[in-house]
Write a protein that binds this ligand. Structure first.
Ligand SMILES: C[S@@+](CC[C@H](N)C(=O)[O-])C[C@H]1O[C@@H](n2cnc3c(N)ncnc32)[C@H](O)[C@@H]1O
Length: 193
């Protein structure tokens, strides 16, 4: 079981993910042409910090779930570190990218297209009514995957939407489960259910 990824392998994966991400941005920019620019809504966490944090936690946790896995880089790193890894992502095109990226780097995590919000979840003020980045329209992924099945749950919340993830774990998680979040300013925070 790898305790850390070989530096070259990690750097190749990160560089490939960056190229793929740029291609995706180009496609979206082209699609927006003539319609004014719009906010893409996709921001990726720092993969090297994530790698180190997941490697450090590998002894205590064996399964990993990413809520909003984007192009899949973090879930792929978790898979390569030996976690039973799964990512949920509402944008199907990003899941397609994630599966391609995983295949190119010898990883085989599970990616599920759908929302990490349970169907009919009462969100109250957890999401701002006028402006929020978390997608509250996509069909729920929870028919295919169960939040309770994972030791370590990771998310990179949009600023102001951190409480949503804590509430999800408190409402639907299981005792002993850890929610790890990453925010550009604060770095990592953890919450045990
Ligand atoms: C800030 S990005 C973080 C990407 C990745 N987790 C990382 O740390 O690099 C948030 C991701 O969550 C996805 N997302 C937003 N709302 C979602 C929802 N309800 N269910 C699943 N994915 C969602 C977005 O499409 C985007 O890919």
């Amino acid at each position: 079981m790898p305790t850390a990824l070989d530096d070259d392998r990690l750097e190749r994966l990160i560089a490939d993910a960056a190229r793929q991400s740029q291609r995706r941005r180009d496609v979206r920019a082209a699609a927006r042409e003539g319609r004014g620019s719009g906010f893409d809504g996709f921001v990726a966490a720092d993969p090297r910090q994530l790698h180190d944090e997941l490697a450090r936690r590998r002894g205590a946790s064996s399964s990993f779930l990413e809520l909003g896995s984007g192009q899949g880089l973090v879930t792929i790193i978790a898979d390569l570190l030996g976690y039973d890894a799964c990512g949920i992502e509402s944008r199907a095109e990003l899941v397609e990218d994630a599966e391609d990226l995983a295949a190119r780097h010898g990883a085989a995590p599970r990616f599920v297209v759908g929302s990490f919000l349970p169907r009919g979840e009462e969100l109250g003020t957890l999401l701002d009514a006028d402006f929020h980045v978390t997608d509250d329209q996509a069909a729920s992924a929870w028919d295919e995957v169960r939040l309770r099945d994972f030791d370590l749950v990771y998310a990179f919340p949009w600023p102001g939407e951190e409480e949503l993830f804590a509430a999800l774990l408190q409402r639907h998680g299981r005792k002993g489960q850890c929610l790890l979040t990453w925010q550009s300013a604060e770095g990592f925070t953890e919450l045990f259910v």
